[in-house]
Design a protein around this ligand. Structure first.
Ligand code: PMP
Length: 304
């Protein structure tokens, strides 16, 4: 029987025993940063492959540097903890690994300094997040993507996800699947938990980091796969909302979302309103890569 385990205060323990106090700083003020990492089950090999584990821990380190959170583990040490934890749980299905580096002091007072830090990791089974078959319908959110001058968007800050949660709830309670957030300048930024791409005249376009995106690892994966496997360049430039409406294809990328086709934006069908050819080819490539079925990209997959 698979059993969920967690890592907290430098110890492995059953998930049910991993508790934090109600006064924990990060719980009160959102002073943590995290990662979302997938382990993808390979049926044939009966193995889990964790995707781009080290790259996620590299981004976690960067988030910690921005927030002044002390993370006294090297990327290698973090990978070791993760692999051990995932192995202990014993899942034979897709999983999500969630590390959080956070302000652990149980004290009242808003600040980032003079506080203790801890690292938490847990594992949970995790299937599809968005509709991968049919594609999704999106709305332009009335909420703007948080600005680097407000909360650094390139850091995956726990408290920052209020921005995403407001946008996601607005979209879903309005009958859409996902939100597309614009930044303060009105440029397309990203989804609530996904980066966005359009296909236009045989190339890919995606917003640059300066438009307040989280610099996604799936985004980077797709840029590399498009270049090396499909011979398609990706141009990183500011994208206007109206460019979404006239795009040939549109898709979103993210660890949770994988590569998800966007078939409609603000009630306007994208292309012919079905998953486009480039999107479908990227999806196929991507799923083979993340499940450890493509030898060329085996270096991105950590077997457990
Ligand atoms: N943007 C936001 C706001 C996200 O939460 C995520 C998910 N981590 C992404 C983009 C996609 O990033 P990644 O591909 O690294 O999961």
């Amino acid at each position: 029987m698979p059993t969920p385990y967690a890592y907290l205060r430098k110890q492995f323990m059953p998930l049910a025993e991993a508790k934090i106090g109600v006064m924990t700083h990060a719980f009160n003020y959102g002073t943590g940063c995290f990662e979302g990492i997938r382990g993808n089950w390979n049926e044939g090999q009966e193995k889990l492959f964790i995707f781009r584990l080290r790259d996620h821990f590299h981004r976690l380190h960067n988030s910690c540097r921005i927030l002044s959170i002390d993370l006294p583990y090297t990327e290698d040490e973090l990978c070791d903890v993760a692999v051990k934890l995932v192995g202990m749980c014993g899942y034979s299905e897709d999983i999500y690994l969630r590390p959080i580096a956070y302000k652990s002091s149980e004290v009242v007072g808003v600040r980032m300094h003079n506080l203790d830090d801890d690292l938490l990791m847990y594992v949970t089974p995790f299937g599809a997040y968005l509709d991968l078959e049919k594609g999704i319908r999106c709305m332009t959110s009335s909420w703007r993507r948080v600005d680097d001058m407000t909360i650094p968007a390139r850091a995956k800050v726990t408290g920052l996800y209020i921005n995403s949660a407001l946008a996601k709830t607005e979209a879903q309670t309005s009958g859409f699947d996902e939100a597309i957030m614009l930044n303060q300048q009105g440029h397309v930024s990203e989804g609530s938990g996904e980066n966005i791409f359009i296909v236009e005249g045989g190339r890919l376009l995606t917003p640059p980091p300066a438009d307040n995106i989280l610099i996604g690892i799936t985004r980077d994966t797709v840029i590399q796969l498009a270049r090396d496997e499909l011979g398609m360049e990706t141009v990183e430039r500011a994208i206007a909302r109206s460019e979404l409406y006239t795009a040939d294809e549109c898709f979103m990328t993210g660890t949770a979302a994988h590569v998800t086709s966007v078939i409609d934006v603000d009630r306007r069908p994208i292309g012919n309103g079905k998953t486009g050819e480039v999107t479908a080819r990227l999806q196929k490539l991507y799923f083979d890569v993340i499940r450890g079925r493509n030898e060329k990209y085996a270096h991105w997959c950590t077997p457990v």
